[in-house]
Design a binder for this molecule. Structure first.
Ligand code: DGJ
Length: 726
């Protein structure tokens, strides 16, 4: 609910459990007055303290009112170069070369429903949303800045976006345009980021904010394996179940920066948006730039509550799932079974091995096209390699379908190999500066997706494949970071637009696919989890979580990922043991338990499994299908931290709390192990539950007294407890 106090120009955004407030003051500065647990409201500007601080200047119109400084006041969207020396939200340069932004409140619009952003992913929905648009103006530069707020009350979600319009008669160069600025009048915050590398993504890292700026970012052109565009600021005492925390995500898949600053007044500012490195948009008179959407959840009840609110909001109001209301297929992928070394007969053999095990979709991974026998060549030539697949997809797909499985295909549309027909014909279609040989990544170059003709060509190539042959799923891969970012289609003074235009180009093709193939399920991937963000989730309901398929490493990766993203978004497969990334041996049960808290599938030659393993697989796929809604859409509880606890446990609870599934994987084995209990969460204290079909255990007992952990016998053993209310 958005409450306006027109007289005092106070804007209060209430969600179910939180309140957010801002106020336009007597100098038309938009002050941020409060964000935290829900309170009744009123004008909270009495909280703001005014005091003269040395070297904090005063706006011209306040004269000698020395205690009024932009440098000390909490700003809703920070200015630049006019007296606030903390992180700016915006920077622009008119033709006079100045670099100042002095934004003052102008007016507002309020309506029911959710704003949309042209060409960009954004949360969506109907009457359950309210939108507030606040217009700010820099009168001297004739720039208008619209701040968008979407309020989804039930999910405690506040979205933000920014649109900058050049209303003058001169060209303006926009050099920074953050999506979110948040000033916290609190002095005790920790900053949590989700960091890692290829094959070890999104590991939480937590540290108190110290004076100065701490930031994570990506300059890789994608959101990256290395840092995620999702961060948390929280009270020092906050944990899974208690304490105040603020989650902030960017709905964007390119370069980003999340910067938190602890100020001279021991307050904190968070700024989130596109990284300013090599970002510069030229706005001619009348032109506008829209910054990607950001979304906030404040949780007064710890990280668990925050995550559950994000999960629901993402599932119900961001991800567009062609299987909405239906179960997505259990798949098998041939990558770790064959790598590049396959023929049609071999694939059919593998599919035959999967028959009868509950597998519903067969995915042919990399290596089926052009001259693609290794990763040194072929990207860009999207026609079937007929020596590997005689008769093409038209011959192969029916053979797979005859085994009772749908057919899915891997593709990497954004890339080109130098050894390809496409590159020989269009070398300038790759990003790169003439006369400066480009850096290669995985021996490949990046196509300039900022160019319409490049996208059109690739899209037509994709259409030819998709129109022919009963394909119901694609895995859209992207296997390198962007370098040599320069486009032959733009003049020198517009090269700062290429990074962002590239991302818009990716979104453009994904949107076309959605329009033309509404039933197609797309799983995105960037060497696993290199582009795991809400921007991609808008187009692709699932993302391959990591190239690391080891169940034990995955416990950590999926744990970190779960802070923001739902189970239904995390691509996860069972692969062979010993694992091909780290050599670890794990049981089929453990691998299944971990993978089924993701989208679930297998990535191995199932025909080579023992009879006993095949029985286990049959049970796993049947169990997953039976409890699909609980696993994929249940409320998610982290029961332990795999980075510190001797075991990893998590739980999904159905919204009506009549069912729950607890999954647990022990750590390295130990003789004379201590006796341990696991306290469950989220159950109905007044109901009684059976556990795996037996007994009668009251919910309050299971939550307060717990359940005894199994004694370890061997490393990394798994247990699943299915609870159903009597
Ligand atoms: C990287 C992906 O993450 C893998 O799953 C696989 O598809 C390879 N690329 C294929 O090249």
């Amino acid at each position: 609910m958005i409450v306006l106090d027109k007289e005092n120009r106070v804007f209060t955004l209430h969600t179910q459990n939180t309140t957010y407030q801002m106020k336009a003051d007597r100098h038309n500065i938009l002050l941020h007055t409060y964000y935290g647990p829900r309170i009744s409201g009123g004008d909270l500007s009495y909280l703001i303290q005014y005091a003269d601080r040395g070297f904090s200047p005063n706006p011209n119109e306040v004269g000698d009112e020395r205690d009024y400084s932009l440098d000390t006041l909490p700003q809703e969207y920070s200015s630049c170069g006019v007296g606030d020396f903390r992180i700016p939200s915006i920077e622009f340069e008119p033709e006079d070369g100045s670099r100042l932004a002095d934004l003052r409140y102008a007016d507002y619009t309020l309506y029911r429903g959710k704003y949309a952003l042209e060409g960009l992913p954004a949360f969506w929905g109907g009457e359950e949303w309210e939108t507030l648009v606040i217009r700010m103006k820099d009168t001297a530069a004739k720039m208008s800045v619209e701040l968008y707020y979407g309020v989804l009350e039930e999910r405690d979600l506040i979205t933000r976006a920014v649109r900058v319009i050049n209303q003058g008669t001169e060209t303006v160069r926009l050099q920074r345009c953050a999506s979110l600025c948040l000033d916290f009048q609190r002095d005790d915050l920790d900053f949590i980021t989700f960091d890692g590398c290829h094959t070890m993504e999104r590991c939480p890292s937590r540290a108190p904010l110290r004076p100065g700026i701490q930031s994570v970012n990506s300059l890789r052109g994608t959101s990256s394996h290395h840092h995620n565009p999702f961060v948390i600021l929280c009270e020092r005492s906050a944990n899974e179940d208690f304490g105040l925390c603020y989650g902030a995500m960017l709905v964007y898949s390119g370069n980003f920066q999340a910067a938190a600053e602890r100020t001279q007044l021991e307050n904190n500012r968070l700024v989130l948006g596109i990284d300013p490195y090599n970002f510069c948009f030229t706005l001619a008179p009348g032109e506008a730039f829209t910054a990607p959407e950001a979304a906030l959840v404040c949780s007064p009840g710890g990280f668990g509550q925050m995550s559950r609110q994000f999960h629901r909001a993402l599932r119900e109001h961001l991800i567009r799932d062609p299987y909405e209301g239906r179960r997505r297929p259990v798949l098998m992928n041939n990558w770790e079974a064959t790598y590049f070394d396959f023929t049609a007969d071999k694939l059919v053999d593998i599919a035959r091995g999967a028959q009868g095990l509950g597998i519903e979709l067969f995915v042919m991974d990399d290596g089926w096209f052009g001259s693609r026998d290794t990763d040194l060549s072929g990207l860009g030539d999207w026609s079937v390699n007929l020596s590997k697949l005689p008769g093409g997809l038209e011959a192969l797909v029916p053979r797979i379908q005859a085994l009772g499985m749908g057919f899915g295909l891997w593709i990497e549309p954004e890339m080109v190999s130098e050894n390809s027909q496409l590159y020989r014909e269009h070398p300038d279609w790759a990003l790169g500066v003439p006369g400066r040989p480009q850096a290669r990544g995985r021996s490949q170059l990046v196509l300039d997706f900022s160019r319409r003709e490049v996208r059109d060509y690739i899209y037509e190539a994709m259409r030819k494949i998709l129109d022919g042959a009963g394909i119901t799923y694609i895995k859209w891969d992207m296997n390198r970071s962007l370098s040599d970012v320069w486009s032959a289609a733009l003049p020198a003074n517009r090269q700062g637009e290429v990074y962002h235009r590239y991302v818009l180009g990716v979104y453009d093709i994904l949107e076309r696919l959605r329009r033309d193939y509404p039933e197609l399920l797309i799983e995105s991937c960037s060497g696993g989890g290199g582009r795991f963000d809400a921007g991609m989730l808008y187009y692709t309901p699932q993302i391959w979580c990591s190239d690391n398929t080891d169940a034990v490493d995955r416990l950590r990766i999926q744990y970190g990922t779960s802070f923001c993203y739902p189970v239904s978004a995390m691509g996860a497969h069972v692969s062979v043991s010993p694992n091909e990334q780290n050599g670890r041996v794990t049981s089929m049960e453990t691998r299944g338990t971990v993978a089924m808290s993701g989208t679930f599938g297998y990535e191995m030659d199932l025909g080579r499994c023992t009879r006993e393993e095949r029985e286990i697989i049959k049970r796993q796929t049947a169990f997953f299908k039976e409890h699909y809604d609980l696993i994929q859409k249940g409320d998610y509880y982290r029961l332990s931290d795999p980075f510190t606890a001797p075991f990893t446990a998590w739980e999904q609870v159905s919204p009506d709390r009549r069912e729950a599934l607890v999954s647990l994987v022990t750590g390295p084995t130990q003789a004379a192990a201590p006796f341990r209990r696991l306290r469950l969460k989220g159950l109905d204290p007044n109901r009684t539950y059976q556990v795996n079909g037996e007994g009668a255990y009251p919910g309050d007992v299971l939550m307060e007294a717990g359940w005894p952990l199994p004694m370890p016998w061997g490393d990394h053993q798994s247990t699943q407890l299915y609870l159903s209310a009597l």
